[in-house]
Ligand binder design. Structure first.
Ligand code: OFO
Length: 172
């Protein structure tokens, strides 16, 4: 049975993963309507992954005798200045999520909930992959700057980049 504090913290994370999914969906929509098809593909896929992260939490909470609550943190940002603005936003968002996951892990240790601690290791590994991916995308964009040809090639190639999901590397 989940401790109330842990159930609440996990439910906060459900909302956060849903928020991530919506933010990346909004970014995908902006990219698609601004002619960046490759970036849109990348972001649509990323949005789907975040929804999967949310579902995994929902199922875990319910399996452990809690009640997963479906809430929303609000409407995501709709307009972006550039692709750099989009991917900088993505990197910063992932850094924030990593902090949230670390805080969750910390609460589990305080409450001696080693089962949830073990469950959360999947998210710890996933955040390492996602931060690394977001950083490498940003490094490419920094090199390109405002070069139109470079941005065209970036957009063509970014669709092939995806998180080598920790899910595939660890037991699923
Ligand atoms: Fe759910 O991993 Fe990104 O935010």
């Amino acid at each position: 049975m989940l401790h109330k504090e842990i159930e609440e913290a996990l439910n906060m994370q459900v909302a956060s993963e849903s928020d991530s999914s919506n933010l990346y969906l909004a970014m995908a929509s902006w990219a698609e309507t601004n002619g960046y098809e490759g970036s849109a593909d990348f972001l649509y896929q990323h949005s789907d992954e975040e929804r999967m992260h949310m579902l995994k939490l929902v199922k875990y909470i319910n399996e452990r005798g809690g009640h997963a609550k479906i809430t929303s943190l609000g409407e995501p940002k709709r307009n972006f200045d550039s692709l750099t603005d989009v991917f900088e936003g993505l990197l910063n968002h992932e850094l924030k999520v990593s902090e949230q996951i670390n805080e969750l892990v910390h609460i589990c240790l305080q409450r001696r909930d080693y089962t949830t601690h073990n469950f959360l290791q999947w998210y710890v590994a996933e955040q390492i992959e996602e931060e690394a991916l977001a950083r490498s995308v940003m490094d490419k964009l920094k090199l390109i700057g405002n070069d139109k040809g470079g941005l065209y090639l970036f957009d063509r190639d970014v669709a092939q980049m995806s998180v080598i999901s920790a899910a595939q590397n660890t037991a699923q």
